[in-house]
Ligand binder design. Structure first.
Ligand code: FMN
Length: 332
């Protein structure tokens, strides 16, 4: 049994999970030994996420963060995903099953919750240890999720092309731009939305990578960036060497989306604990036709749910705001 303060502590960790456009589309209800996680109907993204797939994935990550926070308090817990087919917005129930010894690894993962931030800046020119990717692959497999590194040259070319194509199409859609604008924040104290300060500065054509992060400040009226004049003695730019990973599931329903979210939460905390950073690249998964094309080009079995770049960070990434716990948690 946890008291109201303990549940508030756990939920304060859960809400540190990443969410599409930092919408934080979750609500929590705690009673004694259980925490229910629900999809908040008020925070939908009608254009980019009409069936709420990406928001349900976000909530899955929050479920995992809650379980990690409980473990660090010495509380063993299990998450039941999509427990009630008659109530699809009831996404998960986290049930306390007993007490447990707090291991050093529990502490490290819980500490990673506060340190993890989406890092959209270029990573260092240093490869991700292959052992880490193998470990992540095995770990998310236990959540029923597959992890595929996009590393073969032909697969990389097809994926980069698709990302770029979708980004360009989205930027020509006034509804997409209006939604993006509505969730971008210039006030660094904002409780939700993506802070402008967390976005990479400068001209995206100068990015030392072919992996384009979502352009939150897209301005279709702006003149296309012209290539800078190169001089013969210009040193070639340092090029980041991210590992690009796809997470996917065998079903494409709320259960599958939640599984992917739990795996995403697990992966991000392990990446952070290993001193690395990540940023999602989900443009190619926003739209059904692009997801299908990606599956076809990469011969995927099942459904891609999340794409991420991971790498060695060049500095500290900026934290984004969160709604106060009192706004999202009721304790009964
Ligand atoms: C399902 C999902 C999709 C996301 N897609 C993108 C994306 O395409 N580009 C991007 O830069 N960030 C993306 N993000 C990251 C969110 O913008 C980020 O989690 C949110 O702004 C909160 O910031 P934080 O992760 O630093 O806490 C995504 C996150 C989730 C969970």
């Amino acid at each position: 049994m946890l008291d109201a303060d303990q549940w508030a502590q756990v939920v304060a960790q859960a809400v540190r999970a990443p969410s599409i456009h930092n919408t934080q589309p979750w609500l929590f209800a705690a009673t004694g030994d259980r925490l229910e996680v629900r999809l908040d109907p008020a925070r939908a993204l009608a254009v980019i996420d009409p069936n709420r797939r990406q928001q349900v994935v976000s909530c899955g990550a929050a479920v995992h963060f809650a379980v990690v926070a409980l473990a660090a308090l010495g509380v063993a817990a299990e998450a039941e995903l999509a427990p009630d087919p008659a109530d699809p917005d009831h996404l998960a129930t986290v049930r306390v099953t007993g007490s447990r010894e707090v291991a050093e690894s529990d502490r490290q993962l819980a500490e990673a919750i506060a340190r993890r931030h989406t890092d959209r800046t270029p990573f260092l020119d240093r490869p991700v240890p292959p052992g880490l990717v193998d470990q992540l692959q095995a770990d998310v497999g236990r959540d029923g999720v597959w992890l595929k590194p996009v590393s073969r040259e032909d697969e990389e070319a097809a994926t980069v092309f698709l990302l770029d194509q979708v980004e360009q199409l989205e930027q020509r859609d006034p509804g997409y731009l209006a939604e993006l604008h509505a969730w971008t924040r210039t006030d660094p104290a904002a409780h939700d939305g993506v802070p402008v300060a967390a976005l990479p500065e400068g001209d995206r054509s100068q990015r030392p990578s072919n992996w384009l992060v979502r352009d939150f400040l897209a301005d279709p009226a702006a003149a296309p960036a012209s290539a800078p004049a190169a001089s013969a003695d210009d040193a070639p730019p340092a090029v980041e060497r991210p590992a690009v990973l796809l997470l996917g599931t065998m079903t494409d329903d709320r259960s599958g989306w939640l599984q992917a979210g739990v795996a995403l939460g697990r992966l991000l905390l392990q990446v952070t604990a290993a001193g690395l950073a990540a940023s999602p690249l989900t443009q190619a998964l926003d739209q059904a036709w692009a997801r299908n094309r990606l599956s076809h080009r990469l011969s995927l079995v099942g459904y891609p749910q999340m794409m991420l770049r991971i790498g060695h960070p060049a500095g500290e990434a900026m934290a984004s705001g969160r709604r106060p716990v009192a706004e999202v948690l009721t304790v009964g």
